[in-house]
Structures are given as C-alpha cells and as structure tokens.
Design a protein around this ligand. Structure first.
Ligand code: HSE
Length: 296
C-alpha cells in the first residue's frame, strides 16, 4: 500500500493573481495499490467524485503511464478528502499532484519537476496551486513555456483564517467573468502591490500586507460570485486583520492575522453568512513548508 499526502493550497493573495501560492497544513490523503481492476472509494468530501475511470486521480495516473510509454497498471484507490472541493483551496491540485507521484511510485520511475509540471498543466493550466502542492512553502512563479519559481518560507507567526461557504464556484466560471484586457493603470496597480507583498513577507513588515493584497485584476470581477466579500474585508479590518482576500478563484475568503483569530473568525463568519444566506465553515490554518509526501 502506498500513501500519498498532498497539501491544500491557497493562491493569488489579492494582487499576486496566477503568481503566488502557499501550501497549507490541511491535506488530502490517497492510498493506492496496484490491482487487476480500477476500484475507487472515497471518504470525507465525497459528493460528485467519480468512482470510475473518470476520477481525476485515475485519469492523471493513466496519463503518467502513457507519458512514460509504460503499460497501464490498474489501481485500487482510497481517497480521504479533507480539502473542500471547488472552493479555492486547491482540491483538484491535490489529486493531480498525488496521482503523478503515486503513479511514478507504482512503476518505480521518476520524472523531473519540470516534466511533472508539464503533465499537471494538461489538467490544470495554472501553476499557482500545483507548484506549492509539489514543493510546499510560499511559491512565486512565472510561466514562460516552462515554470520559473522561487520558494520562500511563509512567516510562521501568521495564521490564515479561511471562510468556506457551503456553495461551490468552479475555477472555469470564476475565470469566465474576467475581462480579456485590463487598463494599464490597473496592471500597474497590481504590479506595485504584488512586489510589496513579497517585500512585506521577506522583511516581516506585516503592516504592508493590507495594501499589498489590494487587487484590480480579478477580485472586483469575482465579487459578484462571492456574496459578502466586501463586507468580510471591511469587518475583518475593523477587527485588526492584516490582510483579507479571495482564496484562489473563491468562493473561500482568507484573512491573515497574528492575533484575535477567534474573534475575527466568529464575526466575519456571521457577516458572510448574513450576506450569502448560506452556511460558512471556518478553518484556522498555518502554512506548510512541506509539499507532497509519498510513503511506502
Ligand atoms: N490563479 C487561479 C485563479 C487559481 O485565480 O483563477 C486557480 O487555479
């Protein structure tokens, strides 16, 4: 039996659209075993997860075998889903990254990170979730046919509060609301703030974070899909949060703080619940410096 643990991820941090990603201390676990047929069982978040060869993990395993020119090995899979799906926490990335590592372990082969990323991008074309799921930590990345990135250690004194509404938003829908072109002044606005964000982390000048997560490239367009976003930002700042933004493509909202996390968690949750008329689950997480791990 092979066990693969893959971290959830949050991305964008407001201004770092498609560039910043962070691995979190919440993991999906995949148990696999070579078998004579595909068999899939799911624990945790299980609704809508295909139990046949349409399962994302299985599709990616098959692609890895094909990529290497290897004979297909049917797999028995038990997946323990702790990361809520379609909420902006990288649940698909856990399956993609887990499957690449798992399939390689099953056939005793290896690939470079660049090759693994090439396969992963066939399933999810944005590097910001995939990369930290592989390598852990806070990743700053640029794409240029391939991925150029640097991993930083996220300050461990920062806590991330996640507000996870009961409804889903597909990344494809959240991308469809974005404009094809943006005004130069909006591009400059984000450029300034994304540079500020990295500087704030490196120098640990956390007072810069609030300005650094302001964004004009995606959140203003996506807020119509995420009810209560502006209210959440406002109330969290009144309560002393350092930075509040959409987690990935949403609908989860993330707030970073060093203190008062219990009060922020309760008050912001109430505010979002009132605005969206839905239930909001909360999680206080920390960054994880560790990416995917394979055991067995
Ligand atoms: N950066 C991506 C987006 C995250 O915001 O659409 C999802 O891959």
């Amino acid at each position: 039996m092979i066990k693969i643990a893959v971290p959830a991820t949050t991305t964008n941090f407001g201004s770092g659209f498609d560039a910043f990603g962070l691995a979190l201390d919440l993991k999906n676990i995949f148990y696999i075993e070579p078998s004579d047929k595909y068999e899939i069982t799911v624990e945790g978040f299980s609704e809508g997860i295909p139990r046949d060869e349409d399962n994302l993990f299985i599709k990616v395993c098959k692609r890895v075998f094909e990529f290497l020119g290897e004979r297909e090995v049917p797999i028995q899979l038990h997946q323990v889903n702790r990361v809520p799906p379609a909420r902006g926490l990288g649940s698909s990335a856990t399956a993609i990254v887990g499957a690449i590592e798992g399939a390689l372990r099953v056939i005793g082969k290896s690939l470079s990170l660049e090759e693994k990323l090439r396969i992963a991008f066939e399933f999810e074309p944005h590097p910001d979730n995939i990369l930290p799921a592989f390598v852990g930590g806070f990743t700053v990345c640029a794409t240029n046919g391939k991925v150029i990135y640097k991993k930083l250690t996220f300050p461990e004194e920062l806590k991330l509060i996640f507000f996870i509404p009961s409804y889903e938003v597909k990344t494809s829908d959240a991308r469809n609301v974005l404009p094809k072109d943006v005004p130069l002044k909006d591009a400059v606005f984000n450029l300034q703030r994304s540079a500020l964000f990295v500087t704030a982390l490196i120098t640990r000048d956390f007072a810069l974070l609030r300005e650094a997560v302001r964004d004009r490239l995606h959140q203003p367009y996506r807020k119509k899909l995420v009810k209560g976003f502006e209210d959440a930002v406002e109330i969290s700042y009144e309560l002393g949060s350092l930075a509040t933004f959409l987690s990935g493509a949403g609908p989860t909202i993330c707030s970073i703080t060093q203190e008062n996390e219990e009060i922020i968690k309760e008050k912001v949750r109430e505010t979002i619940e009132k605005a969206c008329g839905c239930e909001v689950e909360t999680k206080i997480l920390r960054a994880s410096n560790e990416g995917v791990k394979v055991y067995g």
